[in-house]
Ligand binder design. Structure first.
Ligand code: PGA
Length: 270
């Protein structure tokens, strides 16, 4: 796990965009996993800027959305499909057939979830999965208590999430109580993860996720089991990390470490 601490939110977004651009540089048919929420908005803005400057091209990129509310159509402004379209896809040359999402109203939910997992595999797996983190430690809609090996499935939203969503709907009866979400096991199988966090209100959960025990009570802590997970966080979100100085030190030295990997010949048997 790599913890990258940047000065502020803008720098978190710039660093994340750079990592995605680099991954795209190596593989034009990049498979990206996308998250919603407030945190990735600056990253998506930066990706649009890069696209407009010719620094990245989405013609061959494939996209998988993390989750969706049950009962909402793609055209509903609160749907995750709408969010992704509005904040990124419609601004770049992403091809419709390369956008994969969980639908809000599938006829057979379990079959739909299984087919989503299959599509991820058929695409060769997700190369870079973007994640936010909830104040309760959730990743995607895997709320605390989610199995660490869970797959894409229906989840019951917490009463807090339902209440927080209430202002965005005209009527109480419209507020979703269920969602479909990629599971923690699904996320652990992605090839790399970028978890973005910003602000002091995330500091407590960030320290639990990175430095606390791996526990279903803090779903993001499962990323300690991921071989290529990067936390990209600002100073405020990093303010409760005990090993903060080490993370900064490791970041400062990482180019030298990379050079060593390039130039030190492996002895046979290594
Ligand atoms: P936020 O949400 O980016 O709006 O804080 C993160 C999440 O709940 O996953």
């Amino acid at each position: 796990m790599e913890v990258i601490i940047k000065k502020d939110y803008d720098n978190v977004c710039a660093e994340s965009a750079e990592i995605i651009q680099e991954a795209w540089g190596q593989e034009k048919a990049l498979v990206l996993g996308f998250a919603t929420g407030n945190t990735p908005l600056g990253l998506y803005k930066r990706l649009i800027e890069l696209y407009n400057q010719g620094g990245i091209d989405f013609a061959s990129v494939k996209a998988f959305n993390l989750d969706e509310y049950v009962g909402l159509e793609e055209s509903h402004p609160q749907s995750f499909a709408y969010y992704m379209d509005h904040h990124l896809f419609r601004h770049v040359n992403m091809k419709k057939e390369n956008i994969f999402r969980l639908r809000g109203s599938p006829a057979d939910i379990e079959a739909h979830c299984r087919s989503y997992e299959r599509k991820i595999q058929e695409a060769g797996g997700i190369e870079v999965q973007i994640l936010g983190i909830g104040k309760n430690g959730h990743i995607a809609f895997n709320e605390p208590g989610s199995s660490l090996s869970s797959r894409t499935r229906l989840k019951i939203l917490t009463p807090e999430t339902v209440a927080a969503n209430r202002p965005f709907f005209r009527d109480e009866s419209e507020v979703p109580r269920f969602c479909l979400t990629m599971g923690i096991g699904t996320i652990l199988e992605t090839k790399s993860v970028l978890l973005l966090a910003s602000g002091k209100e995330k500091a407590g959960i960030i320290s639990q996720a990175i430095e606390g025990p791996v526990s279903a009570s803090v779903p993001a802590s499962a990323l300690q089991l991921h071989a290529r997970a990067k936390y990209i966080i600002d100073e405020a979100a990093a303010s409760k990390l005990e090993k903060r100085d080490y993370y900064l030190w490791a970041y400062e030295n990482r180019d030298r470490a990379r050079d060593l990997l390039k130039i030190v010949p492996l002895k046979s048997g290594d």
